[in-house]
Design a protein around this ligand. Structure first.
Ligand code: NAP
Length: 292
């Protein structure tokens, strides 16, 4: 299949590489030329704009940042819609508000383009290994068309429901992971401030009901004090904001998410936005009288 990939950052670059390795003909576009270079070196073609990319592929995939970015590459000047064809499939794999995904889907459908929201979980590690969890919202027909591309990037591929349903699943995922990272940081900070080795505490917890992938992976990175992103804190703030905005629209009570969202706000306000979300440990340490 001829596939176009837009957005070649921490996640998009390895995902696009896996699409290429899967035997598809790949065309890429990125805002900055240097982001495209590793893909060009690997055998992909480059396009000068999202529109130029859309003109030569069967399916477009975007992996950018937030809803305005998806709107820009899909529907903006020189966007996918300006050169896309009826019957084409466009897939956005970024994490954005479910309502924004539904709106973009409706506007692309006006041009005959079938849109899927297909956000992912599994982080940079999963993107490199091609083992992402992919949560898809949209039509059965578009899902079937996109499945071969999804299989290059992920292992657990679930068609969750209609347009926006993938983003609802991802927001639920971010509740669990956002709260999870915070609670692991709290537990390790609690151990350290109690004068006990947090590494031994983590080791003890890994065998019981407190086990989680977050305790295992993120917990280890907290112990290593490896704050290189990964998943930038401002991205997790964006995702908790998506959760809280949806809760506001629906009149939902999400007390734990609300407290967690405040912590991610404080991370960005404290200058930790570009560090990995596990730097929430640093924030807790500061609030507990410890230094970085
Ligand atoms: P990233 O490293 O910052 O990459 C985002 C890429 O999108 C950058 O290359 C950026 O281009 C490009 N981009 C952003 N806005 C754009 C626009 N308006 N027009 C054109 N290009 C644009 O971020 P990431 O970690 O890969 O995350 C991408 C998406 O995946 C986000 O929605 C995030 O929430 C989601 N996600 C991330 C992870 C993770 O662990 N990192 C896991 C699951 C989901 P420039 O290089 O020019 O800035």
């Amino acid at each position: 299949m001829k596939i176009g990939f837009i957005g070649l950052g921490i996640m998009g670059r390895p995902m696009a590489l896996n699409v290429l390795r899967g035997g598809h003909q790949l065309t890429v576009w990125a805002r900055r030329a240097e982001s495209m270079q590793p893909l060009l070196d690997a055998g992909a073609s480059g396009a000068v704009s999202p529109a130029a990319l859309a003109a030569v592929v069967d399916m477009v995939i975007s992996m950018v940042a937030d809803a305005p970015d998806v709107e820009q590459v899909m529907l903006g000047e020189q966007g996918v819609a300006s050169a896309g064809r009826a019957g084409q499939v466009a897939v956005d794999m970024s994490t954005i508000r479910p309502a924004a995904a539904r709106d973009i889907a409706a506007r692309l459908l006006d041009k005959g383009i079938d849109f899927l929201d297909a956000p992912v979980s599994g982080g940079e590690v999963g993107a490199v290994a091609g083992t992402l969890s992919i949560m898809v919202g949209g039509s059965e027909v578009a899902f079937a068309a996109a499945r071969p591309a999804f299989e290059c990037m992920g292992k657990n591929i679930v068609h969750v429901g209609d347009s926006g349903a993938g983003q609802v699943a991802k927001a639920a995922n971010q509740i669990v992971t956002g709260v999870g990272v915070l609670t692991v940081a709290e537990a390790l900070n609690f151990a350290a401030k109690s004068g006990v080795d947090p590494a031994r505490v983590r080791e003890a917890l890994l065998g019981g009901f407190a086990y989680s992938k977050i305790l295992e992976n993120h917990g280890q990175r907290m112990l290593d004090r490896n704050f290189k992103p990964g998943f930038k804190s401002w991205m997790h703030q964006k995702d908790m904001n998506i959760v809280m905005q949806s809760a506001h629209e629906l009149g939902l009570c999400l007390p734990v998410s609300a407290a967690t969202a405040q912590m991610y706000n404080a991370m960005v306000g404290s200058g930790l936005g570009e560090e990995d979300s596990i730097a929430i440990l640093k924030l807790l340490e500061r609030l507990s009288g410890g230094a970085d």
